[in-house]
Design a protein around this ligand. Structure first.
Ligand SMILES: *[C@@H]1O[C@H](CO)[C@@H](O)[C@H](O)[C@H]1NC(C)=O
Ligand SMILES: *[C@@H]1O[C@H](CO)[C@@H](O)[C@H](O)[C@H]1NC(C)=O
Ligand SMILES: *[C@@H]1O[C@H](CO)[C@@H](O)[C@H](O)[C@H]1NC(C)=O
Ligand SMILES: *[C@@H]1O[C@H](CO)[C@@H](O)[C@H](O)[C@H]1NC(C)=O
Ligand SMILES: *[C@@H]1O[C@H](CO)[C@@H](O)[C@H](O)[C@H]1NC(C)=O
Ligand SMILES: *[C@@H]1O[C@H](CO)[C@@H](O)[C@H](O)[C@H]1NC(C)=O
Ligand SMILES: *[C@@H]1O[C@H](CO)[C@@H](O)[C@H](O)[C@H]1NC(C)=O
Ligand SMILES: *[C@@H]1O[C@H](CO)[C@@H](O)[C@H](O)[C@H]1NC(C)=O
Ligand SMILES: *[C@@H]1O[C@H](CO)[C@@H](O)[C@H](O)[C@H]1NC(C)=O
Length: 396
């Protein structure tokens, strides 16, 4: 018997390798599952405040929620510690480790420190989970009861989907996103009226006279959830759109964005600030920074533009019945200076324009009374995905 098996293996080495492969695969799969289950169980245990959860799972580890040594009468000027648990990818210099971030932005409240040193977990007041880089197999094993675990993302839900959402029940205390109903609202930009007019009407007229092209945009993402590309394709049947970026005629180096926009504004009447997703409140910096130039932004997105933009500063593509109707209107505006200049009236009033997220609000919130309020997101998937009401543009 033994002899025949060995003989068979000798004759067909394929069997042997198949067996080894099968065993290795099973083993790896079991190991990965174990790590995953352990993390999830761990997380559930933390969420249940270290109490006995559903039955005795042999994988449950022996950690407990550490009782806080936290007193309400803490000095309001005591520095708050923010731990970046999962890294922010490059380009997010707005949350640098150390104490500098809040000084750089001249924040009203600066007593906050940012760290990425995980050994300081238990002394942290807030733990920031950047959705893009977090992993369900890498969740802290301890949490204190006064600590805020913060769900952080600046991408729209279609670009920040996470397979672990269903395991994140009761995990986060706060949210930090561009959405208006987040605990820490972090929009990509904002405008504030200052009544300091720096605008020159004659100047606008001479700029307008020299313009020769209708619309442009810069885009690196050619196939999007909002289906803006279909909209543009339809629009291009009636109006010339010059596309820059990965999907267009030339790429503007990221360091030269302002120079490119300045050049565009000499030539183009309109800048298409089209978002890659149509979701509630999702308005990116491309809208805010266009306001700094002598071009009218044409917007396409899910934001409440009338609430966040200076009055009469933009044209909303989605409010038109079709790309064709939009094109007719754009020709009207471009050819009539009286009409065109109305879109710049707000500049006479004077506004400061910011086109970066503002980190001050995080430090302020940590020092506010909200910090002492216990709260938790039971179902983060519902809050983030369902309640963002993302949709696609449909040609009808
Ligand atoms: C947890 O459950 C076990 C078994 O059901 C029980 O003996 C133990 O007292 C429980 N511990 C707590 C803290 O409730
Ligand atoms: C906190 O700091 C501010 C200025 O930095 C100071 O005016 C205030 O008195 C301080 N408050 C306490 C309670 O120390
Ligand atoms: C959790 O915190 C306690 C108290 O600080 C510490 O003894 C324990 O080692 C920590 N557990 C882990 C897994 O870090
Ligand atoms: C954000 O929501 C609040 C109410 O929740 C509202 O008062 C405010 O106007 C909203 N802001 C924007 C920019 O939509
Ligand atoms: C700017 O002027 C308007 C109208 O005159 C006034 O309502 C508003 O308070 C002023 N804002 C600032 C920041 O001065
Ligand atoms: C772009 O800017 C970064 C930092 O701001 C710098 O390191 C890099 O060299 C710049 N690249 C070019 C082409 O200027
Ligand atoms: C902007 O325009 C000037 C003058 O035409 C040109 O020299 C420069 O290269 C342009 N900048 C960019 C980034 O295209
Ligand atoms: C230009 O626009 C203004 C303001 O909307 C309007 O009153 C005027 O009739 C327009 N002129 C022409 C020639 O269409
Ligand atoms: C944060 O959420 C956890 C888990 O649900 C909860 O035990 C804790 O009390 C909450 N903490 C705060 C400060 O809201």
């Amino acid at each position: 018997m033994k002899h025949t098996v060995i003989a068979r293996i000798r004759r067909h080495p394929g069997y042997f390798f198949a067996c080894v492969l099968l065993i290795t695969t099973c083993y790896s799969w079991i190991m990965v599952s174990c790590i995953f289950i352990r993390s999830v169980v761990q997380l559930q245990k933390l969420q249940n405040g270290g109490r006995n959860s559903s039955g005795q799972n042999p994988l449950v580890l022996r950690d407990t929620i550490v009782e806080e040594r936290f007193s309400q009468s803490q000095n309001e000027n005591t520095s708050k510690l923010i731990l970046l648990w999962s890294s922010l990818f490059s380009g997010f210099e707005f949350l640098e480790t150390g104490r500098n971030t809040f000084d750089h932005f001249s924040c009203p409240k600066r007593e906050c420190e940012i760290t990425s040193d995980r050994r300081r977990l238990m002394e942290s007041d807030a733990v920031l989970f950047h959705l893009r880089t977090m992993s369900m197999t890498d969740i802290p094993r301890n949490r204190t009861s006064h600590q805020k675990w913060i769900f952080f993302t600046l991408e729209a839900p279609p670009y920040s989907h996470f397979h672990g959402f269903s395991f994140m029940k009761d995990m986060f205390n706060w949210t930090m996103t561009y959405r208006n109903d987040s605990d820490v609202v972090l929009p990509y930009g904002k405008v504030i009226r200052n009544n300091k007019s720096l605008f020159n009407f004659e100047n606008l007229y001479s700029v307008w006279k020299r313009k020769s092209e209708m619309a442009t945009w810069m885009v690196s993402h050619c196939n999007t959830e909002s289906d803006r590309e279909s909209y543009i394709k339809e629009l291009e049947k009636f109006l010339r759109v010059v596309t820059f970026g990965e999907c267009g005629v030339a790429v503007c180096h990221i360091n030269k964005t302002n120079e490119c926009l300045n050049n565009f504004s000499k030539k183009f009447f309109f800048y298409l600030a089209f978002e890659n997703a149509i979701c509630d409140d999702y308005v990116t910096e491309k809208f805010f920074r266009t306001l700094k130039y002598d071009m009218i932004p044409v917007v396409f997105g899910g934001g409440k533009y009338s609430k966040i933009a200076p009055p009469g500063s933009y044209i909303d593509a989605i409010s038109f019945n079709s790309p064709k109707e939009l094109s007719i209107y754009l020709y009207n505006v471009a050819s009539n200076f009286t009409l065109y200049s109305q879109y710049f009236k707000w500049k006479f009033d004077g506004y400061d324009i910011y086109d970066m997220p503002d980190p001050c609000i995080l430090c302020e919130k940590l020092h506010s009374d909200f910090f002492h309020v216990q709260s938790v997101y039971h179902d983060i998937q519902k809050w983030w995905v369902t309640e963002s009401h993302c949709r696609k543009w449909k040609n009808n």
